[in-house]
Write a protein that binds this ligand. Structure first.
Ligand code: ACM
Length: 196
């Protein structure tokens, strides 16, 4: 048996240290969890006021300070962690999920279907959503608004995903029902982590 932890919280805009400390405090209290799923943009917060502000907060992964802290946390917990971050790469900023397992960086996914004003601040990802082996489970990665396109979950299921890990900052009220449908139509488990 394996245990999935979904930590839904209220990331404070721009306060990476505060958010990381909250995450470390909560996750450390549940050493029995094998794989954690956290919200979209969990380290920076979601309410982006300007391009300059998100440029300032975004970091390269896994080499930046946030990546190092998350890598260490996954090592201490001997767990997998899937978490939404603002990722800087090659002069571009992406709304990404990054994955760590037992002190190793496993990979990332850059959100393809950006929602509303996110398009002003982030470049859309070009990679097909990946399926990664985490704790011997095939985990497919998608981010928030990807839920509205059945093709995202379908692509992950065809690639062999057993679980869809879905960091989110939900705005529309339909996602929770839609993700049940995505589970049923694709015969996969889904774990959505929303902000509160
Ligand atoms: C969303 O994709 N954060 C609505």
């Amino acid at each position: 048996m394996m245990k999935i932890g979904i930590y839904q919280f209220d990331p404070s805009w721009g306060k990476k240290e505060v958010n990381l400390n909250k995450i470390k405090g909560k996750l450390s209290r549940h050493p029995d969890v094998d794989i954690w799923v956290l919200p979209e943009l969990a380290t920076t917060g979601y309410q982006i006021p300007s391009q300059e502000a998100i440029n300032e907060l975004a970091e390269p992964f896994p080499t930046g300070d946030t990546g190092k802290q998350l890598r260490n946390l996954s090592n201490e917990l001997e767990a997998g962690i899937i978490i939404g971050v603002a990722e800087k790469e090659g002069g571009n900023i992406y709304n990404s999920s990054v994955v760590f397992e037992n002190g190793r960086y496993i990979g990332n996914y850059r959100k393809v279907h950006l929602y509303y004003e996110e398009k002003k601040y982030f470049k859309p990802g070009k990679m097909s959503p990946p399926v990664l082996n985490i704790k011997d489970v095939k985990v497919g990665l998608m981010i928030c608004f990807d839920w509205i396109f059945p093709e995202t979950a379908r692509t992950l299921a065809i690639k062999g995903a057993q679980l869809l890990a879905h960091p989110a900052n939900l705005v529309l009220p339909y996602c929770q029902d839609a993700m049940l449908t995505r589970s049923i139509e694709n015969k996969v488990f889904t774990a959505t982590a929303n902000r509160i």
